[in-house]
Design a protein around this ligand. Structure first.
Ligand code: ZN
Length: 126
């Protein structure tokens, strides 16, 4: 059972008394913060009423939509950043390689470098 609002992902403060709703489709309960509750976020779940039981599913779908929207925004920002780098003269393929190397654990990077050097020497590549 998550302590997050099913609509806005806000974390419930300790001891706060938030509305608890139950999905009729999965019989699991979920919380809705007072702000979202006021906006109709908790909606009127009546136990056993199938017509009113899509609310939790709808909240999940809306959250997924918001996250995909944010992801699109971030992807656009990353594309802009690389365009900017390219515009001032950097090689963006090398920049992406740097990002990949920095994301590796130091030990893995050292191992990769040693192996690459060994392999390069093995084929006479300076
Ligand atoms: Zn909320």
């Amino acid at each position: 059972m998550s302590d997050l609002c099913a609509r806005c992902d806000t974390r419930r403060p300790d001891g706060a008394d938030w509305a608890r709703h139950t999905s009729g489709l999965t019989s699991t309960s979920y919380l809705v913060c007072p702000t979202c509750e006021d906006k109709g976020g908790g909606m009127s779940i009546r136990s056993g009423d199938v017509s009113a039981t899509d609310d939790q599913l709808k909240l999940f779908i809306e959250r997924a939509e918001r996250l995909y929207e944010e992801k699109r925004g971030v992807n656009d920002d990353i594309r802009d950043l690389f365009s900017e780098m390219k515009a001032v003269g950097y090689d963006t393929k090398i920049a992406r390689e740097l990002l990949r190397l920095r994301a590796m654990a130091p030990h893995d990077r050292a191992e990769r470098d040693a192996l690459l050097e060994t392999y390069r020497a093995a084929i006479g590549l300076g």
